[in-house]
Design a protein. Sequence first.
Length: 229
Amino acid sequence: MRTLGVLGGMSWTSTESYYRLLNQGVAARLGGLHSARLLLHSVDFAPVAQAQHDGDWDTTLTILSEAAQGLARGGAEGLLLATNTMHKVADELEQACGIPLLHIADATADAILAEGTSRVGLLATAFTMEQDFYVGRLRARGLDVIVPDGPQRAEVHRVIYDELCRDIVLASSRDTYREVIASLVSRGAEAVILGCTEVALLVGAQDSTVPLHDTTRIHAEAGVGFLLA
């Protein structure tokens, strides 16, 4: 088994899911008492989130590069960045740490295309929904990506930072997300990407009439594949 570096803490609520899924995936493949060979660096999310909202992506890259370099020095052979939004600096981060990065958008596109779907909705932070680093990468793979309208994007974003990242799960927010999903379906979405690693804490298959693609689970499965390749 190879050793995988996990760069998490953005937020800790979804990093907890990653840790469980990676270990469950290895155990399912190898059986017995096998678990994943992981190095985990969990950053303090507050300064990262502040820099995100300030548009100071250089600061976020500095924070993550230092953490990723530490993982590489510790023996990590690959890097899993346990967040969608911070893939905005994925290319620079991979170059800084010198080990291959398992890109969450590539893993997600592979999973969706394997099911024959091409038109998808996206639920994520405003950064991920509105900027090209993520949507553009999906579109380059041949996916037609639909994002919610402006007020819906703002509320989806608010729920992520004000609630899910703080381990708060509210039924009222679940109802809101159901409405946004239904709106995306009405606009032609054949499936919806849960494109923030916390969103699956709030909604699941029962909340949608079309398939939901949980990027946390998809990314963790890619991590298991790397570990056992």
